[in-house]
Design a protein around this ligand. Structure first.
Ligand code: GLN
Length: 483
């Protein structure tokens, strides 16, 4: 049962082959048995899951249908879940039970999903390895000595290990696409504003976006359908109709213009990944796509710009965690200043503290123009590069990451080395564009992802290309040994 995709589960439930309750019990038992190896969950919500599964079965018995009705999922632990711990991977929020559901959570619950639990993540979504969680590192099911990617590493590892078919995740600089690449999954970061951020604990508000992590494009379409849409509670949510993503999966790729940026194939890219990307290009050419070389000349400036803007926004967003209103409070504070300093010093981990300091520095009066303003100007240039490119091509293709998943601990002493791994993903966040990563092969037994980027609101096109690719390749069907 645990090998089924969301699409297969929907068919099985509709055909009464099994009930949502049976499926939920099977997956909860599997999580109890296997999760200790990978540490992908922070909290399990067995009682809620069984209640939701029974309710979904009752709704089906009453004649209701729907692709998500009775489907087991999990939420990254930064989506607020009413009455349930919402920790953001931090000691700071270990004792925080959200007083309300995030819009994504309530929309999916209304569609009939079953929440198995809350998944592990880098603290406050800062990271590319899922090693900065207060609840311990997550392990990659493909090789337990390697990282699963981050920050949505718990969602990715759980889905890759077949503990559940799909999970929610968020992507500020790559945290859906990069763990998807590292664990052989399909992950989609939607256009900024497509999925509500209300109740999603903020890291960098102008970059954060929620989206689906699953094994196939078909399943990403199903989960995105339940997540996307206008939300008056989120002032950056966009009031555009949500297309039927599943309906667009079968479009032909004949004549599709794919741009391949020449900057992508530079010295930093593992040549074995470059080869797999070339192979995926050939596959798409067979399906009718036309390849064009393009240029994104400002790409080299994107990492420095991102690592000013994201920490700047984080330093502002995380100022609310002061020991007074939310979460952790230090013991016996001497005075107010001591309360703030020790609560934050003890509650936040070192990567979070580093980012708060970098951000506060970049925003300080004397340095604002030199760093923050400059970074915003680069952001515009990065966006302009994409707008120019999309005059000539329909989508942009390249590697998701320059290297496969590294060993646990390998980059701990050098945060900048980890930041450089985000080179292919962060530009989409700076520009607000949708991006998808899908499985494209293996290097030393570790999965490799190919990334597709599209113009605003073209999620359907990305899913269409990925689905056609997956009908003609079998990388996405490979299962890690032992799971
Ligand atoms: N690795 C990037 C960072 O650490 C992106 C993280 C994310 O997308 N949440 O900021």
């Amino acid at each position: 049962m645990h090998h089924m995709t969301l699409a297969e589960i929907a068919r099985g439930l509709a055909d009464k082959k099994f009930s949502s309750e049976e499926l939920t019990r099977t997956l909860l038992a599997r999580i109890a048995q296997l999760d200790p190896q990978i540490n992908s969950f922070i909290s399990l919500t067995e009682d809620l899951a069984l209640a939701q599964a029974k309710a979904a079965d009752a709704r089906r018995a009453n004649g209701e249908s729907g692709a998500l009705l009775g489907a087991p999922i999990a939420h990254k632990d930064l989506f607020c879940t009413q009455g349930i711990r919402t920790s953001c991977g931090s000691k700071m929020l270990d004792n925080f039970k959200a007083p309300y559901d995030a819009t994504v959570v309530s929309k999916l619950a209304a569609a009939g999903t079953v929440t198995l639990g809350k998944t592990n993540m880098d603290e406050f979504a800062m990271g590319s390895a899922n090693e900065s969680s207060w609840y311990g590192a997550v392990k990659n099911p493909w090789n337990l000595e390697h990282v699963p990617g981050g920050s949505s590493g718990g969602s990715a590892a759980a889905v890759a290990a077949r503990l559940l078919p799909a999970a929610t995740a968020t992507d500020t600089g790559g945290s859906i696409r990069q763990p998807a690449a590292f664990t052989n999954l399909t992950g989609l970061k939607p256009t900024y504003g497509r999925v509500s951020r209300w109740g999603m604990i903020a890291y960098a508000s102008s970059l954060d976006q929620g989206g689906p992590l699953a094994r196939t494009a078909e399943d990403c379409a199903i989960l995105l359908q339940g997540m996307a849409g206008f939300d008056p509670n989120d002032s950056t949510s966009i009031d555009e109709p949500v297309p039927d993503y599943s309906a667009s999966l079968n479009g032909s790729l004949q004549g599709l213009r794919i741009g391949v940026p020449k900057e992508y194939f530079s010295a930093g890219l593992d040549p074995r990944i470059a080869e797999l990307i070339q192979a995926s290009i050939k596959e798409l050419e067979k399906l009718g796509a036309v390849i064009k070389e393009i240029s994104l000349p400002n790409m080299q400036h994107a990492i420095p710009a991102y690592y000013v803007i994201a920490p700047a926004e984080a330093s502002s967003n995380l100022s609310r965690f002061d020991g007074v209103r939310f979460g952790y409070r230090c013991e016996n504070p001497k005075d107010l200043e001591d309360l703030y300093t020790r609560s934050r010093g003890e509650g936040f981990g070192s990567e979070v503290q580093r980012r708060i300091m970098v951000g506060a520095y970049a925003l300080s009066a004397g340095y604002y123009d030199a760093y923050y303003l400059k970074a915003q100007k680069i952001r515009r240039l990065v966006k302009n590069d994409f707008m120019n490119a999309f005059n000539d091509v329909d989508v942009i293709l390249g590697p998701t990451t320059p290297n496969p998943a590294w060993k646990l601990g390998a980059k701990n002493s050098d945060p900048v080395a980890a930041y450089l791994e985000d080179v292919y993903t962060i530009t989409a966040n700076l520009a607000g564009l949708p991006g998808l990563s899908m499985p494209a092969g293996f290097v030393d037994g570790l999965p490799v992802g190919v990334q597709l980027l599209a113009p605003y609101f073209q999620e359907g096109r990305l899913l269409n290309i990925a689905h056609q690719y997956q009908l003609n390749t079998d990388w996405h069907t490979r299962t890690p040994t032992g799971f």
